[in-house]
Design a protein around this ligand. Structure first.
Ligand code: ADP
Ligand code: MG
Length: 728
C-alpha cells in the first residue's frame, strides 16, 4: 500500500473545522493594528501628524527632526500592540514581499537596555538584500540598494513586528522593486487626468486611480498537498488523471461554503480586518475547492500593498487550518484556473468617479472622454498590457482555451456600443447649436439611464467595462498587481496627454469651442478604436482569426509576450512619463524572462523525478503482481492459461509500452534541457525552454495518467485528483 498517500487521506478525513476566535463587530476591529489617522492622533504631535498627512496628500518631504518625532510615536504605538521588532516591508522584483526584522531593543552602558527607533531608521534602511533579482541594475552601478519609507501606505503591526511599507531603490536611483514605478505611474496618471478634468471642472486638483482586486485561490488539505512533490515544489500538479466528476455539474460555484473552508475564511478575514484590509466578499468559485475573496476597492498603491500582504497572510492562516493555499493560475488540469480581476477606475478629489456617468450632459461628456481615452490607450498598447500579465503560470490560462484569451480586447456592452456609433457621426469641425443640443440631450444625456439596466456581461473578455469601472480580467491569481497597474495607469496617462494636446490644438489653431473640440477628437478616437472593441466570444476560434485580421497581437507564451517590453515605443513610453528609464525597463524584462526559464526548468526536473521515481517503479510493481498471477494460472491450468490470462497479458504489455515511453521521453527532455542550458542569450533560452522542453510535459503526463488508470489504486503513490479536489 502507498503509505504516504493513505496516511495523508486518513488524517485529512479526521480533521474538523477550527473554532474561530472572532468576536464583536468587524467595524470595531477594522484597522486595529494599523498606524492610521486615529492612531496617529493619539501618538503624534499635531505638527508630526500634519507632516504625515501632507506627505500622503501632496507628496511633501518630511524633515529629519519631524521624522524623529514620528518614529518615536510609531514605536510607542507598535509596542502597545505587542511589537518587539520593526521591518522595512518591500516588494522586490520576485513579486513577493520581503522583510528583515530588527529589534527595537538596544543596549546602553552599565548593562542597561532600552527600546529605540529613530527617524533615520524609519525613513531609510540598507537591507543588504543583494540576493534579490536586479536584472543587472546593481552590477552596472552600485552594489547597494536601500529601502525608503512610503508614507502613502500606512505602517502596521503583524504578529510582533512593526511593518513599514517602503520602496526599494539602488543608490543610483534606479528602482529595484515594483512599488517605485507604480507610484510614478500613479503620479503620471494623476497629472494627465487632472489636466483633462479642468476642461469640465476647474476645481479638480487631484485624480486618484482605484483598484479593487478579486483574489481566486484553491484550498487543499495540507497533508494531501504535501504528499505531492509537484504541488510542494511547483505549486501545481504536473500529472494526475481527471476525476470522473469535475466541475461539470456546476455544483460548487456560489454553493454552500464547506465548513473547514468557512472557518479558514473567517479567520483570514479577521486578520484582514485588524490590518485594515477591507475584505467584503467571499464565495465558492467554479472549480471544486476553489474560492474567491474580494475587498472594497481602494487607492491603487494601498490596494496593491494590501493584496501582497493578503497573499502572505493567506498562506500563514492556511497553515493554522491545515490547508495549503494554491495561488497558482492552473493547479489542476481539466478544471478552471485562478485569476485576479483588477477592477480599475479614476476618481477626482471632488468625489467624481470619472468612469461613472453623471447627472448632467457635461459630466457625461467627461465620462465619455475618460471612457474613450481608456479604450484608445488599450488599443495602442494592447501588447504591453498582455506583457504585463505574462508568466509561466498564467500561460496556462491565456491562450490555452481558458478564460481569458491571450488576445487583448475591450468589451463595452450593447448600449455603449450604440452611443459610440452615434458619436462617430458627429460633424467634422464646428458643431451647429442644434446638433450640440441634440447630442447632449439624446445621446450623452441618456447614458445614465441606459447604464442603469446594463446587465450586459461577457465573461470571455479580458478587459471589460462593468458600469463604473474597467475590469482587467486577464491578471493571474499569483501576480503582484503592481505590474499590470503600472502599465494600465501609464498608458492611460500617455493617452490623456495626447488627447489634451489634440484638443488644445483645435481650440487654439481652429478656434473651436472646447466642447466642439472634445467631440471632434473623440469622434476620431472612436473610429480608430474599432479594432480593439469586441463583444463576441473571446474563446472562439473565429475570434483568433478575426483578431489577426484586425492586427491584434496573440502572444500565447511568455517569451513571445515579454518581447514588446524591449521595443522602442514601450521604453519611450515609460521614459517620457518618468515611470521607468531604459535600464529599469530592460532590467524588468531580464528578471521576468529569467524567472520564466527557472520555472520551466524546475517543473521539468520535478516531472522527470516523479515519472521515474514514483510512477515507473509503481508500474513495475503492479506488473510483477500481474506476472505472478499469470505464472500461477499457468501452473494450475497448463495450456488453458492463455485464455484465462488474456487480459492480464495485455495489461502487462501495455504497462511495458508506457514505461518505455516514459523513460525515453524523460531522457529526451533531459537532453533538450542540457542543450537549452548552453544557450547564453536569455531571450533565446526562454524560447528554447518554451518550444523544446515544455512540450514534453504533456507527452510524459499522458503516459503517467494512463498508468494511473490501470494500476491498482492501493499501490498508486500520488494523491489523486478526486482526493485533492473533493476532500475538505
Ligand atoms: P463583480 O460583479 O465584477 O464581482 P463587484 O461589484 O462585486 O463586481 O466588484 C468587484 C470588485 O470591484 C470589488 O473589489 C469592488 O470593490 C471593485 N469595485 C467596485 N467599484 C469600483 C470602482 N469604481 N473602481 C475600482 N474598483 C471597484
Ligand atoms: Mg468581477
Amino acid at each position: 500500500m502507498s503509505t504516504l498517500r493513505f496516511n495523508a487521506l486518513k488524517t485529512s478525513l479526521n480533521r474538523a473545522p477550527l473554532q474561530n476566535k472572532e468576536s464583536g463587530r468587524r467595524s470595531e476591529i477594522f484597522g486595529f493594528n494599523v498606524f492610521n489617522e486615529t492612531a496617529m492622533r493619539q501618538y503624534l504631535s499635531k505638527h508630526a501628524l500634519n507632516a504625515v498627512l501632507q506627505a500622503v496628500e501632496k507628496g511633501t518631504k518630511i524633515d529629519r527632526a519631524t521624522a524623529d518625532h514620528i518614529s518615536t510615536g510609531m514605536k510607542e504605538w507598535a509596542i502597545s500592540k505587542g511589537a518587539t521588532h520593526y521591518t522595512h516591508w518591500f516588494q522586490p522584483l520576485t513579486g513577493a514581499t520581503a522583510e528583515k526584522h530588527d529589534a527595537f531593543f538596544e543596549t546602553m552602558e552599565a548593562g542597561l537596555a532600552i527600546e529605540r527607533f529613530e527617524g533615520t531608521q524609519l525613513v531609510q534602511q540598507e537591507p543588504d538584500a543583494s540576493s534579490f533579482p536586479h536584472g543587472g541594475l546593481r552590477n552596472t552601478f552600485e552594489a547597494r540598494g536601500y529601502t525608503a519609507w512610503d508614507p502613502t501606505s500606512p505602517a502596521f503591526v503583524y504578529g510582533t513586528t512593526l511593518c513599514i511599507p517602503t520602496v526599494f531603490v539602488a543608490y543610483t536611483g534606479e528602482a529595484l522593486d515594483y512599488k517605485t514605478p507604480l507610484l510614478r505611474a500613479l503620479q503620471a496618471v494623476d497629472n494627465a487626468a487632472t489636466a483633462v478634468c479642468k476642461y469640465f471642472d476647474k476645481n479638480v486638483k487631484k485624480v486618484t486611480a482605484s483598484l479593487g482586486w478579486e483574489q481566486e485561490y484553491f484550498l487543499v488539505d495540507e497533508g494531501l498537498a504535501r504528499s505531492r512533490p509537484d504541488i510542494v515544489l511547483t505549486g501545481r500538479t504536473l500529472l494526475g488523471h481527471s476525476p470522473a466528476k469535475g466541475q461539470q455539474l456546476d455544483d460548487h460555484y456560489f454553493g454552500t461554503i464547506p465548513a473547514r473552508a468557512m472557518a479558514y475564511m473567517r479567520d483570514l478575514e479577521h486578520e484582514c480586518m485588524l490590518l485594515g484590509i477591507p475584505v467584503k466578499t467571499r464565495h465558492n468559485e467554479v472549480a471544486p475547492n476553489q474560492f474567491e475573496l474580494a475587498p472594497i476597492y481602494e487607492e491603487t498603491n494601498l490596494a496593491v500593498d494590501h493584496n501582497s500582504l493578503l497573499m502572505d497572510i493567506m498562506k500563514k492562516v492556511a497553515k493554522r487550518h491545515y490547508f495549503m493555499v494554491l495561488m497558482h493560475e492552473k493547479p489542476f488540469a481539466g478544471v478552471n484556473g485562478s485569476g485576479k480581476h483588477n477592477n480599475w477606475s479614476l476618481s477626482t478629489d471632488t468625489g467624481i468617479n470619472l468612469l461613472s456617468p453623471g447627472k448632467t450632459p457635461m459630466s457625461n461628456l467627461q465620462f465619455l472622454t475618460f471612457f474613450i481615452n481608456t479604450i484608445k490607450a488599450v488599443l495602442t498598447y494592447e501588447e504591453l498590457l498582455r506583457a504585463a500579465i505574462a508568466s509561466a503560470s498564467n500561460d496556462h490560462r491565456l491562450g490555452a482555451n481558458e478564460a481569458p484569451p491571450a488576445i487583448i480586447s475591450v468589451f463595452i456592452g450593447e448600449q455603449l456600443t450604440a452611443v459610440l456609433k452615434e458619436l462617430e457621426t458627429v460633424t467634422k469641425g464646428k458643431l451647429s447649436p442644434k446638433e450640440k443640443t441634440d447630442l447632449k440631450l439624446n445621446v450623452v444625456g441618456k447614458i445614465p439611464e441606459i447604464l442603469l439596466d446594463n446587465t450586459d456581461r461577457n465573461r470571455t473578455s479580458p478587459f471589460a467595462f462593468t458600469g463604473n469601472k474597467f475590469e482587467f480580467r486577464a491578471v493571474g491569481s499569483s501576480a503582484n498587481c503592481a505590474n499590470p497597474m503600472i502599465v494600465l495607469n501609464s498608458i492611460v496617462a500617455k493617452q490623456l496627454i495626447d488627447f489634451k494636446d489634440e484638443v488644445d490644438e483645435l481650440i487654439e489653431k481652429k478656434s473651436m469651442k472646447k466642447d466642439d473640440a472634445v467631440f471632434n477628437v473623440l469622434r476620431e478616437y472612436i473610429k480608430a478604436s474599432k479594432a480593439i472593441l469586441f463583444e463576441g466570444n473571446g474563446y472562439s476560434e473565429e475570434w483568433e482569426i478575426e483578431a489577426k485580421k484586425r492586427g491584434l497581437s496573440n502572444n500565447k507564451t511568455t517569451p513571445e509576450a515579454l518581447k514588446v517590453k524591449l521595443s522602442k515605443p514601450s521604453i519611450a513610453l515609460f521614459e517620457n512619463l518618468g515611470v521607468m528609464n531604459k535600464l529599469e525597463s530592460e532590467a524588468r524584462y531580464e528578471i521576468e524572462i529569467e524567472e520564466y526559464i527557472l520555472r520551466i526548468q524546475i517543473e521539468s526536473r520535478v516531472l522527470g523525478d516523479i515519472a521515474r521515481n514514483h510512477v515507473v517503479p509503481t508500474a513495475v510493481r503492479y506488473q510483477n503482481i500481474l506476472i505472478e498471477n499469470v505464472t500461477g494460472l499457468k501452473t494450475i491450468y497448463g495450456d488453458m492459461f492463455k485464455k484465462l490470462a488474456k487480459e492480464q497479458l495485455m495489461l502487462i504489455e501495455e504497462i511495458s509500452d508506457h514505461i518505455e515511453a516514459i523513460n525515453s521521453l524523460v531522457t529526451q527532455m533531459i537532453d533538450a534541457r542540457k542543450l537549452c542550458n548552453k544557450q547564453t542569450d536569455l531571450s533565446k533560452k526562454a524560447n528554447d525552454y518554451c518550444k523544446k522542453v515544455k512540450p514534453f510535459f504533456e507527452e510524459i503526463r499522458y503516459h503517467c495518467d494512463k498508468l494511473e488508470l490501470m494500476i491498482d489504486d492501493e499501490l498508486w503513490p500520488l494523491t489523486k485528483y478526486r482526493e485533492l479536489l473533493f476532500t475538505n
